[in-house]
Design a protein around this ligand. Sequence first.
Ligand SMILES: [Cu+2]
Length: 282
Amino acid sequence: MGFDPSAYLTRFDWGRARPLGGGGSLREYQVVAYDREIEIAPGVFFPAWTFNGTVPGPTLRAREGDRLRIRFINAGTHPHTMHFHGIHTAEMDGVPGIGAGEVAPGRSTVYEFRAEPFGLHLYHCHAVPLKRHIHKGLYGVFIIDPAGGRPPARELVMVLNAFDTNFDGENEVYAVNTVAFHYMRHPIRVRRGELVRIYLVNMTEFDPINSIHIHANFFHVYRTGTRLRTDEFTDTIMLAQGERAILEMRFPYRGRYMFHAHVSEFTELGWMGFFEVTDDDL
Ligand SMILES: [Cu+2]
């Protein structure tokens, strides 16, 4: 079964939850690193290193204050780690030489920490050489909901990523959620007037910045998602490597609206798509 970017948009892994005394939950996740060839454009394959078989890996989600326990198994051919953005102890930071350090092929470890602060974060392998381990596909989105939640919305996860298919240290293929031009062929369907919330994470390696522009509309920006009030109302934002933002918007009119990087070169190499705004039930 191949990776489906349309399904990825709304797929959240809340772990196996069990209530803790005093409120909150213990959430247990399992993540396995292994090598897998993935299709990044029709007929174009990339020898990826994956978390749970996909690039990006699963979107791990929790609520502020939950206790998280992530069992990480390295079934790949190189040493890997899981390094989470968030607040935690040095031992749980998933970097070489501290705590479990690099996890050798065939070995496993458990990362455990509290979910804080609320916001939009990421996780990625931190083995060396770092840019190679990230660029090969070992990254994913890590969402911590505020204790009181966010208003109901159609929620979509969008990861800006790119692939160096000939290993020359530059990207040849750009995408949202891995597959070039996927949302041109399969527009993202939203309902007219509903609140749309985009969890936008830039995981592009080699290029220092990426950006998103959404046509014929404006959105509210919550940088890193760590505050509940909007930082900005705009139609284009730029993100450095590892930077992320939550975007909220409503589409007032039906029709097909383009979104793309306002780095035109990326657009032409795969980083563009459409929203399809409809009055139909979705
Ligand atoms: Cu790695």
